[in-house]
Design a binder for this molecule. Structure first.
Ligand code: ZN
Length: 481
């Protein structure tokens, strides 16, 4: 092992296992496509070029989009990492997988996408970069190898963001582990964390979007932004315009940096012959508020589109890609649709346990679905539920504790065609559409499946103290999400 490998081992605190160093094996080739699922944390769809952003944040993802299918209106099922990724892997709404607080893990009775693929004969590899994807929550189930590039337990909060494994280090390690390639069929899941607070991209990536952004990199730190964050106070200070410009440039710089690392990952896989007949799905778990509703909220508190609208790009395997390149799909898609779509593309059955549906019918250009909808919820800090249609949004909120200073409106209703920024709450006037959506939302909230039963994690006193430090024992705290 050379010096670089040794250094990476130390940085990541992991060891490359022999089982990971699988060579290509023609005997194992089947008709099942290889599958690559990428989730970049905290990535607003509208900050990518292929979703209309004016700045050049995403040349690689834009090229992926032209080779594949862009779901223009994809929405996450929750506003924070754990609940949203659990929806991605179970194909279930948050109240139907039950892992809605950091002290709960997935019931063994609920199958995951990975387990379905493993049972079908896939070799399964997962690489994750944040504690909310820890295998203890159930994410590791079905993976042959599940590698956690996550900080040590006492460094897992935004006060220690420098301990997060950056995308370049993670990609180095992943590519080293591939050796000459992976045996087919494989399922690869990669989670990268860089656009999450703190915003601290390489200086050249920050300067690309604002020459002044790199003058003071502390401007992108959670500690600097705290006065402007809704979570810590009822009425946060409004962030100064010049500072918002700098912070946004740093966030965009993180996206540009991540985009470059993704290109390295894909180039490395291509050179190892791993991209033949390979399905690629790219998405995020939630977006980020950058003063859209008067706060540098981060995420976790609200269910507006800047938090829920996520990228969803699908590049079909070569054998199925004909006529599905550079295709854009307008109907609403939900993150819970990703698992059933992957299974159907692999020719596998979709478990009855999934709430989501395959998106493949939307690929037919002659299809014209009726009204499409997306439901989301968050039980962090506040209890919130939302229903979005193609044209309107209804949000229902309740405080979880009277200690919380912030009192949200009980209902909000927005006409997204006239008011895409969700700034004018029309609920008070009780328009018929608001009443119609409320009936849908009420019905959806009642559809909790039986036997969800998340399993409480066994936490000792120290672990509970750590959760408190992360903001989970006190609803007024805003730190990690
Ligand atoms: Zn996240």
């Amino acid at each position: 092992m050379d010096r670089r490998n040794r250094r990476t081992r130390v940085v990541l605190g992991i060891a490359i296992s022999a089982g990971f160093l699988l060579g290509c094996s023609s005997e194992e080739a089947t008709e099942l496509p290889n599958i690559v699922l990428i989730s970049v944390d905290t990535l607003r769809a509208d900050h990518l070029g292929c979703y209309g952003y004016a700045h050049d944040t995403s040349p690689f993802l834009d090229s992926l989009a032209t080779e594949g299918i862009v779901f223009e209106n994809a929405f996450a099922q929750s506003s924070w990492t754990l609940a949203s990724h659990m929806s991605l892997f179970t194909g279930r709404y948050p109240h139907n997988h039950g892992v809605e607080t950091p002290e709960l893990s997935l019931s063994a009775s609920i199958p995951t996408l990975t387990e379905e693929l493993k049972a079908a004969g896939y070799h399964t590899y997962g690489f994750v970069t944040w504690a909310f994807l820890d295998e203890k929550y159930g994410f590791g189930r079905g993976f042959d190898l599940y590698r956690q590039f996550i900080p040590p337990p006492d460094k897992r909060d935004v006060q220690h963001a420098e301990h997060v494994t950056r995308a370049d280090v993670a990609v180095d390690s992943i590519l080293e582990g591939f050796g000459q390639g992976l045996a087919s069929p494989y399922f690869l899941f990669v989670h990268l964390f860089d656009p999450h607070l703190d915003y601290a991209p390489p200086i050249e990536d920050a300067r690309r979007f604002d020459p002044t952004a790199a003058e003071d990199l502390t401007v992108g730190k959670h500690t600097t932004l705290q006065p402007y964050i809704l979570a810590v106070q009822n009425e946060p200070q409004r962030i100064p315009t010049s500072m918002l410009k700098q912070v946004t440039a740093l966030y965009d710089g993180e996206i540009r940096f991540t985009d470059r690392q993704l290109k390295r990952l894909f180039d490395g896989m291509e050179s190892r012959g791993m991209m033949d007949d390979t399905l690629v799905v790219f998405t995020s778990d939630h977006g980020e508020e950058l003063d859209d509703h008067g706060s540098m909220e981060g995420h976790g508190w609200t269910l507006y589109d800047e938090i829920l609208h996520v990228p969803l790009i699908v590049k079909l395997p070569d054998s199925k890609a004909a006529s599905h390149t550079n295709q854009r799909i307008a109907p609403l898609a939900e993150s819970i649709d990703i698992a059933p779509t992957i299974l159907q593309l692999a020719g596998l059955a979709i478990p009855e346990s999934f709430d989501g549906k395959s998106l493949l019918p939307y690929l037919d250009p002659t299809s014209s679905p009726d009204e499409t909808r997306s439901f989301s919820s968050s039980q962090r800090f506040l209890s919130r539920w939302s229903l979005r249609t193609d044209t309107h949004k209804l949000i229902h909120s309740r405080r979880k504790t009277a200690r919380l200073p912030y009192v949200p409106p009980l209902y909000e209703f927005y006409d997204l065609e006239a008011d895409p920024g969700e700034t004018t709450n029309l609920f008070e006037n009780q328009p018929p559409e608001a009443r119609r959506l409320r009936a849908y939302l009420d019905a959806w909230m009642q559809t909790q499946r039986k036997n969800v039963d998340p399993v409480p994690l066994q936490l000792d006193q120290e672990q509970r103290a750590r959760l408190r430090a992360l903001g989970y024992a006190d609803d007024s705290d805003s730190s990690e999400r």
